[in-house]
Design a protein. Structure first.
Length: 146
């Protein structure tokens, strides 16, 4: 028998959000001639840029759960589309970093920016304690899913 109550309502709402965001990602991918994995790769690269942590192909592949051939295919597709480029490490010429092109950032901002803005506006209505609860919940779900 299925569990009931407020916790399950939140679980079902979270599932609906995940599905809606997945559909939005698929729409973005389709509109821009990408595979959904390409969008995941761009997100990984944006997260790395925000954290000021360069990504190699190997690390990107690990984060995407892909083997070397699959990772190379994703990077090649994104490079052909002008979204990323390979840059040799200045300290170790054998190491190659995958970097986002500004056009990829602009494309993502144009598509997802309104959703991000609405989400930030929604969060401005929460106090610090509520924000900490939301953050803790989302981090907990990520840990449980991982």
């Amino acid at each position: 028998m299925e569990k009931q109550g407020p916790a399950m309502e939140i679980v079902h709402l979270l599932r609906a959000v995940v599905v809606d965001l997945g559909l939005l990602n698929a729409e973005f991918a389709a509109r821009n001639g990408m595979h959904p994995t390409d969008v995941r790769a761009l997100i990984c690269l944006m997260d790395a840029l925000r954290a000021d942590t360069p990504l190699t192909a190997g690390l990107l592949g690990t984060r995407l759960g892909l083997n070397s051939a699959g990772t190379t295919a994703v990077i090649d597709r994104l490079e052909r589309l002008g979204h990323v480029h390979r840059v040799r490490d200045g300290h170790d010429r054998r190491r190659v970093h995958i970097e986002l092109d500004e056009r990829a950032i602009a494309l993502g901002t144009a598509f997802f920016g309104p959703l991000i803005d609405r989400t930030v506006d929604l969060l401005t209505g929460y106090d610090e304690r509520e924000l900490a609860a939301v953050r803790g919940f989302l981090e907990g779900v990520r840990t449980a899913a991982g």
